[in-house]
Each structure stands twice: as structure tokens, then as C-alpha cells.
Design a protein around this ligand. Structure first.
Ligand code: PMP
Length: 457
């Protein structure tokens, strides 16, 4: 693309395109957005010809890497054979059924049915409706409250935003809706203090139990959590956390929702985060890695006890999207799952490239004056930025340092994401060791520049 086209596109973007999660004044002051034109593996190319190493797999979604021919071929073939048909009114299509069966096979036992939607947000809104309907059918219509967590992220629709634990989102639009409560996150770096990881995990889980008891178990429908919290800052819970959550939900008869939108499809080095942590969910939210982001698709895995009740006692459930189970999206998902299986990408994330990337980061950032912690699970992780490594004191400014570091990454053609005072990463599971070396080198450069800005180096 020529320089002229780039300038014209930037002008058009400024005039006509409303970006997601963007301060448009700030974007205009920067001269408009970067325009991405091509991608291959972990590499993006922009309209100026610059090559950028994407250590975020897009938005935590391109698990198999960009540019896979067979996913494009699957889409082309399906578009040619049957571009669209839906699942309303007693019909379906072959890829839809095959994908539902494949997901039932891959997910833990007891999750036999998939409902399809287009985004993680829609899937979570679906769960809110299904869970409330379930309890109503069980003769407990007052069980309506959902408990989420601080720093939790579940999407941007009304119910999903209400599930989120993000105050800045709630402040816009008068949310959360009634019937949504929140508890602390199991965030060791911020809150563990002198406690053992084991004790802290149990303490954070008990906060859920205390909230259930305060609201009254007879009023609580479900608890929702990401196995590892992603957009909230890659918060990795101690191993003691989820078993305790299983117990609490079982004892108080609360449905358990594992939002696996980021953790699913190998990100943590297991097919699902629920397998990594032994979570026993009644619902699983799936999206992103289900198609590696090649086309939009999400799914709700519905646990058997909920499904049986809705099917046998519920009659018609008045819910569904035009594109629920879109055949092209499902065909691409099937091709994507085939790549993950054939190339052993799940094991690779756990035993090979995940540990390698983490060790590389530890090596190049060893003793770095503003790095307080490097943590990772499979192919997702975070680098905590602090003023004082010993006390974990943060820099002044209330959580803006991650964005400074992110900008230095961006200016040096590395994509990582700034969340409060951390830099987070979640590259494709197919990343090579050489690419991991390069990502670590560029992250070091960005953190050196950040330290200089902060007057540390
Ligand atoms: N749940 C989680 C855990 C997510 O990370 C996201 C998106 N980042 C969502 C739900 C919402 O997905 P979508 O943006 O597709 O609506």
C-alpha cells in the first residue's frame, strides 16, 4: 500500500470509524491508527511495510498463528457448498453438528452440548439467561444473583459488563444491572503478602463463600471466573483456589461458570483451563481460540444437569442468534482444531515453547530495576512493573506504567499489552524459539526505555 493510500485511510478512519475501546482524541493526536495489511505466523505487516512481532496473538485469539492456508480453504469450501443456513426451526448443517460433537469430546466430562453464538459476550449473556431459567424450572426463581470478581472480564454487552469486575466500565451506562455482585480476585502479587500461596488461594476462594452467605445461597444463581484472569492483568491463581471454589459451589448449590474465552484451546498448555486447575464447571464459555480468530464464533458448553432440565422440563428456550452455529465459522473451527491436534500445540505450550519463552524473559530481565515479577502459565503471562522490587511499591500515577511500556513495545515493533502496571503477553502457540528470543529482546528494550522515562536508568 502506498504512503498516499495510508494517509487517505487514516483520514477516513478518523472521520468514519468508531474504534472499540479507544480514546478517539488521543488517536487523532497520534495521527490515526496503524493499518495492518498482512500477517503470517506471529508477524504482522503494516501499510508502511513494517514487520511487527505480535506477542498477543491478536486479542489473545490467534492460537495457531496467522496465515494458515487450510483454514482459508475450509472457509472457501464451505462458502461454496453452503454459505449459510441456520439452526432454527428444526434444521442444522453438517459442520455445526460435527463441531458440537468435537467440543463435547475435548471438554471435560459432563459438558455434552454446545450452544453457538458469535462472541464471548453473547455467550456469557446466554449463560445468564440459561442459568436463571434453569433455577426457575427448578422452582427456585429467586436464585438470580451472579457473582463475578474484581478484574474479571467477560465482555461488553449489558449482562457481560455486569459480570465484569471493572469499575471504569460500570461507570459508563449505569452498570452493573441489579443482581450482579463481585468479590476479590486471587491476585497473589498484589494481595498475598507474607501468606503462603496455598493459604492465600483458600482465603480468596472463601471470599466467594462469604459473599454467597451474605446474599443468601437461596438468591445466588452462579459464580463466574476465568481460570486465569486475562484482560484483568493475567492473574494466575494459586493451585488451592479452584478446588475450594468447586467445594463452595457444590455445598451451596451454586452453578459454576468457567469463562474459558482466553484460557481455552491450549493457551494454558491444556485444552482448557478447567483441566489445568481441576475446575468442575456447569457452563463453559468458549470463543477466540475456537477458530483462532479467523472468523467470529463462540460457544456455551452446557453442563448435563442444566441441559437435562431445560430439555425435559423447559419446552422451547426463547433464545438464539441468526448466526448461531454458522456453517462457515464451524468449518473453520474444525480445521483449526485439526491443526492444534496435528501439531500438538497444546503440549507444545505446556512443555516446550511456554517454558522457553518464560525462561528467556527471566534471563533477559534478570535483576531489571523495574521488574517485580515475571509469571506465566503455558503461553500467557505478565511482567509486573514496580518502583521497588523488594517492597513491590508501585510508581505514582495509579496504574499508567503498563501503557508506557506498551507504547515502547509498539514503537519497536513488538506487540504486548499494558494493563495497569504490567505488561502482558499471549503469543500464538506456534511461536518458534527464535521468535521467543526476539520477543524477549524487544521486551527488555521497551522496559529499559520505560525505566529511563521514569528516571530509573
Ligand atoms: N470472556 C473473556 C475471558 C474474554 O477475555 C473476552 C474478550 N477478551 C470475552 C469474554 C468477551 O469476548 P468478545 O470480545 O468476543 O465478546
Amino acid at each position: 500500500m502506498s504512503a498516499v493510500d495510508t494517509a487517505a485511510l487514516k483520514r477516513l478512519s478518523g472521520a468514519h470509524h468508531w474504534h472499540p475501546f479507544t480514546d478517539h482524541q488521543e488517536l487523532a493526536a497520534l495521527g490515526g491508527p496503524r493499518i495492518i495489511t498482512h500477517a503470517d505466523g506471529v508477524w504482522l505487516t503494516d501499510s508502511t511495510g513494517a514487520r511487527i512481532l505480535d506477542a498477543m496473538a491478536g486479542l489473545w485469539c490467534v492460537n495457531v498463528g496467522y496465515g494458515r492456508r487450510e483454514l482459508a480453504d475450509a472457509a472457501y469450501q464451505q462458502l461454496t457448498d453452503l454459505s449459510f443456513y441456520h439452526g432454527f426451526f428444526k434444521t442444522t448443517t453438517e459442520p455445526t453438528v460435527r463441531l458440537a460433537a468435537k467440543l463435547a469430546e475435548l471438554t471435560p466430562p459432563g459438558l455434552s452440548r454446545a450452544f453457538f453464538a458469535n462472541s464471548g459476550s453473547e455467550a456469557n449473556d446466554t449463560i445468564v439467561r440459561m442459568a436463571r431459567h434453569y433455577w426457575a424450572l427448578k422452582g427456585k426463581p429467586e436464585k438470580r444473583v451472579f457473582i463475578g470478581r474484581e478484574h474479571g472480564y467477560h465482555g461488553t454487552t449489558m449482562a457481560a459488563t455486569s459480570l465484569n469486575g471493572m469499575k471504569v466500565m460500570h461507570e459508563q451506562g449505569g452498570l452493573p444491572l441489579p443482581g450482579f455482585a463481585h468479590v476479590m480476585a486471587p491476585y497473589p502479587f498484589e494481595a498475598q503478602g507474607q501468606m503462603s500461596a496455598e493459604a492465600f488461594g483458600r482465603l480468596a476462594a472463601r471470599a466467594v463463600e462469604e459473599k454467597i452467605l451474605a446474599i443468601g445461597p437461596e438468591n445466588v444463581a452462579a459464580f463466574i471466573g476465568e481460570p486465569v484472569q486475562g484482560a484483568g492483568g493475567v492473574i494466575i491463581p494459586p493451585d488451592s483456589y479452584w478446588p475450594e471454589i468447586n467445594r463452595i459451589c457444590r455445598e451451596h448449590d451454586i452453578l459454576l461458570i468457567a469463562d474459558e474465552v482466553i484460557c481455552g484451546f491450549g493457551r494454558l498448555g491444556h485444552w482448557f483451563g478447567s483441566q489445568r486447575y481441576g475446575i468442575r464447571p456447569d457452563f463453559m464459555t468458549l470463543a477466540k481460540g475456537i477458530t483462532s480468530g479467523y472468523v467470529p464464533l463462540s460457544a456455551v458448553m452446557v453442563g448435563d444437569r442444566v441441559a437435562e432440565t431445560l430439555i425435559h422440563e423447559g419446552g422451547e428456550f426463547y433464545h438464539g442468534f441468526t448466526y448461531s452455529g454458522h456453517p462457515v465459522a464451524c468449518a473453520v473451527a474444525l480445521a483449526n482444531l485439526e491443526v492444534i491436534e496435528r501439531e500438538g500445540l497444546v503440549d507444545r505450550a505446556r512443555t516446550e515453547i511456554g517454558p522457553y519463552l518464560r525462561e528467556k524473559l527471566e534471563e533477559v530481565l534478570d535483576g531489571h530495576p523495574i521488574v517485580g515479577e515475571i509469571r506465566a502459565e503455558g503461553m500467557i503471562g505478565a511482567i509486573e512493573i514496580v518502583k521497588d522490587r523488594r517492597t513491590r511499591e508501585r510508581f505514582a500515577g495509579g496504574g499508567k506504567v503498563g501503557l508506557m511500556a506498551r507504547d515502547h513495545c509498539f514503537n519497536n515493533n513488538l506487540i504486548m499489552r499494558g494493563i495497569r502496571d504490567s505488561l502482558v503477553f499471549a503469543p500464538a502457540l506456534s511461536m518458534t524459539k527464535e521468535e521467543a528470543d526476539e520477543a524477549a529482546r524487544l521486551a527488555r528494550l521497551a522496559l529499559d526505555l520505560t525505566a529511563k522515562d521514569l528516571g530509573v536508568l
